[in-house]
Design a protein around this ligand. Structure first.
Ligand SMILES: *Cc1c(COP(=O)(O)O)cnc(C)c1O
Length: 385
């Protein structure tokens, strides 16, 4: 059996080596390292893939979120609602821009924003909502957009973990994650579903005016060379990363399909095991947990809940058996030193407080084979029983 890895970037590279090496060589020979044709071509190809009017490439996913917020008319002290259970980058940029983060709890099944908690958190100062498509699945975007409409709020999708996922509306209409809100942000960090070989990110929007604003912000607030109209940043996707992304974008759907197939096998093996809750799919087909047709979940992570209090022991047992695994995330954001605040009430974070003790993410990547999945799931069952 091949050594099991949490992500297998080498294995994936083997299949695209020639294509990637050739396009990197072309960039080196052209010396168009910044904003070269590779970046512009990637932008157009991603716009077509997502069916969104504007993609604004930038340096990483955290910048993408920050720039998205800089492009909206938000003022210091404005409240921005997001989840307690996400990677810190989501809340970090809110705080950096001197906006007030308002953390809310998530749902125990999807791990995504709890709609009732979101409604309760809205005040006259609320200006935006940042839903996070955690582990590869959208929250209830339809409800979020309705709430945003009603209260006149911006929706900024943190799509760093969800690229390629479809969200299905009640009327059957499908839209790519990250293109539903006013603006979406994603990351091309190497281990993300669409990863480059360094840092990279992008912002998506269908709003022409906002897109124009954002294109200036990523480049020092310049709309005309050496005319700085707004305070901007330096956040560009470099041409080498764009070349890698252009080689991988046509494979994104097949990559996501491989992740889904691995998830289906994990779930089939583990669904009837005591003390284990397998991932819930908010699938339009209604097939909870085992669905190979809906593209509603792209499994950035395959995350179990271990409900007998032995999650940490399981992590240790798996590691001892050569199986890496992850705990995303071990501490609720409202308990992090940087983000704790007197405003928060423990009773409002019941689910996140529980999830941080229960979740475990199994190896998930495009190169997992059946032998590895059987080995991993057998070891988990051996430990639980
Ligand atoms: C990875 C990630 C980010 C940040 O992306 P970087 O490219 O690493 O800056 C933001 N939000 C979420 C949910 C992420 O998983």
């Amino acid at each position: 059996m091949r050594k099991i890895q949490m992500v297998d970037l080498q294995g994936q590279y083997e299949f695209i080596k020639e294509k990637v090496n050739n396009s990197i060589t072309e960039v080196l020979e052209s010396a168009a390292f910044i904003n070269g044709p590779e970046v512009q071509n990637f932008q157009k190809e991603l716009e077509a893939y997502l069916d969104v009017k504007h993609v604004i490439p930038c340096a990483n996913g955290t910048d993408a979120l920050q720039i998205a917020m800089m492009g909206l008319d938000l003022k210091p002290g404005d409240e921005v609602i997001t989840v307690d259970f996400t990677f810190a980058a989501t809340v970090e940029v809110i705080a950096l821009l001197q906006l007030t983060p308002v953390l809310v709890d998530v749902e125990p099944d999807t791990f995504n924003i709890d709609i009732d908690a979101l409604k309760k958190a809205i005040t006259p100062k609320t200006k935006a909502i940042v839903p996070v498509h955690l582990f590869g699945q959208c929250p209830n975007m339809e409800a979020i957009m309705e709430i945003a409409d009603e209260h006149n709020l911006y929706v900024i999708e943190d799509n760093a973990q969800g690229i390629g996922a479809d969200y299905t509306f009640k009327n059957g209409k499908k839209q790519k994650s990250g293109t539903i809100g006013h603006v979406g942000a994603t990351s091309f960090f190497p281990s993300k579903n669409l990863g480059c070989y360094g840092d990279g990110g992008a912002i998506f929007t269908n709003d022409d005016k906002l897109a124009h604003t954002l294109r200036g912000i990523v480049n020092h607030g310049m709309y005309e060379r050496y005319h700085h109209d707004v305070v901007g940043v330096n956040s560009r996707l470099d041409s080498i990363q764009a070349a890698v992304l252009r080689a991988k974008l046509p494979l994104l759907d097949s990559y996501n399909q491989k992740r889904r197939e691995a998830a289906i096998k994990y779930t089939a093996a583990l669904k009837d095991t005591n003390h284990i809750i397998t991932p819930y799919l908010n699938a339009p087909c209604g097939k909870d947990g085992i669905c190979d047709t809906c593209n509603c979940h792209v499994f950035h992570q395959y995350t179990l809940r271990i409900t007998n209090g032995k999650r940490d022991e399981l992590v240790k047992f798996l590691n001892e058996n050569g199986i890496p695994c992850g705990v995303y995330y071990p501490i609720p954001l409202h308990k992090q030193k940087a983000y704790q605040d007197e405003r928060y009430n423990e009773a409002d974070f019941e689910v996140t407080n529980r999830l941080v003790k229960e979740v475990i993410s199994l190896p998930m990547h495009t190169e997992l084979d059946d032998e590895q999945i059987i080995f991993i799931t057998n070891k988990i069952k051996e430990f639980i029983n």
